[in-house]
Design a protein around this ligand. Sequence first.
Ligand code: ADP
Ligand code: MG
Length: 614
Amino acid sequence: MRTRIPVIGAIAVAAWALPYGLGGYTIHVVNIALIYALLAIGMGLAMGISGQINLAQVAFFGVGAYGVAILTTHSGYGFWAAAVLALLATVAIGLFVGIPALRMQSHYLGIVTLGLALGFINWITNAHITGGADGISGIPVPTLPGIDLSSEYLYYYLEAFVFAVGLAFGLFVVHTSLGRRLRAMRDDSLAAGAMGAEIPLLRMTAFLLASFYGGLAGILYGGLIRYVAPETFSISNMFILLAMVVIGGRRSLVGCVIGAIGLTLVREWLSDFSTYAQLGYGVVVVLMVVFAPTGLAGIPARLRALHRRRRGGDATRAELRPFTPYEPVEDSAQQPGLLRVEAVTKQFRGLRALDEVSLTVDAGEIRGIVGPNGSGKTTLFNVISGFYRATSGTVRFAGGDTTTARPYALSLSGMARTFQNLRLFGQLTVRENILVALDRSRTRAIWRYALWQPGVIAQERRLRTEADEILERYGLGDFAESPPASLPYGIQRRIEIARAMAARPRLLLLDEPAAGLNGEEVQQLVGIVRSIRSGGTTVVLIEHNMGLVMSLCEKVTVLSSGRTIAEGTPREVVAAPEVIEAYLGDSELSELRLDQESIPQQDSTQDRPKEATS
Ligand code: ADP
Ligand code: MG
């Protein structure tokens, strides 16, 4: 941060001094560039940060510009009143465009937003109120006391101010609670949902942000050019905007700005060769997508990573430290039936993955769920945690009927899970992965971004302190700033447990947590799971590693072909004829038997868990 202040200061001084050295035409180009930069920030927030393909950004731009034009010339509003109304109209359109995002993703969303943009272009070209192909001229000069904004030099300062505030706000969003959730949604929307993020609302928020910046840019454009016509909002300009964001680096708002300003200038130089230039941008975009998908802004990080790899990595100093056990809680209210699964069936077309499965887990248990591959264990977790809706039957969690509850709602009511195939947020750091789960605020709390930013900052401080505690507890301190994908598998598994526990759940669902771990890591896992339970969290654990199930669980449920075939203590279960039959011919049976001999003494709930590494 300290190194940034002089940089920001230098940029501010340069921005202040810039018009003194520029001719009348150049300042005009700069003013256009700043407008595109605002547009690109909106585009980056939707596409790069939130992962929502948005080809309607020129339409937002157009609604802002035409809104001001129509309201000032037809309806007789002053510029600023018209600007406020136009911005509200743009945001309303943005939310409307975002509706398809509730249902669909990726390329479909691209097609739909493109369709909406085309519809808008069609409308402005043909409607009477928009002046048809001629557009609308005679937009009044915005007035500011003592400043003549008809001078492009002075208009530059207005734009620079709006741009600076817009960029600062965008960066603030990206690096705090809302932006972290948007990025988590981009990386893995299922996992983000399981961490308490309301995905549909977040998608809408992405479009709201994009349209807000689009509207701002449109309003500034109207005040600068004082004339609007359809060609400014054409699909080819949409493509240029896309090129700006891709070339600059869509995941970084600063990258988007660099792309926008750079390409506006290049476009100006090449204005005599505009047809060839279009082709050129296309080629550059393709090359960027193939060779530098993170754009210009991503190049420094790529070089750093390359440099690290050359040097053999400095990760050697970083190490996974021992887990610090939770303070055991005295079991006050032994709640029977924390989780009740009643006759749940899950049908996938012809396949019955779960067939009338019933199961009751009491608070304070560590329940094992075993069964051959494809027996429906993961499906059961998916039904319990709201990813799948049961075809029939009910699920009750903490006393309420949660059969149709959404993953985020279940997360907020105290259920957390991990995934059989790791689902960490790949582009977030380990600390940010934890922070996403720590953040228990609802999406509607984003009003604070508009009206009470200190509240956001205070929450952020609190979350960061808690994140540090969790990182320390799980021995992950050295990896706080690393992207998870760069870490060994065993560490990633531990991060996933730490992330699930960051939500302070009452019930933790672990889907094959020992898969891919080595012997020592499995021992550590045993310690962690025991400590989680004595810390007051009930655990349900799917596991293939029978040794682990035998040593951790008092009670085991065995599934086979979607049916519960046995339930009881590990000893009872391995002796049940149904289980032996289900595992017949399966190498796991011999494993099962072997492990039966080596079942360690069960620890009671009150036991303070052994430190895993000891
Ligand atoms: P397990 O975790 O016990 O290995 P799963 O619950 O993953 O088994 O799968 C149980 C059965 O359900 C498998 O036959 C699998 O192919 C099927 N299945 C799981 N999810 C889906 C899905 N989304 N669509 C269709 N079939 C599925
Ligand atoms: Mg599974």
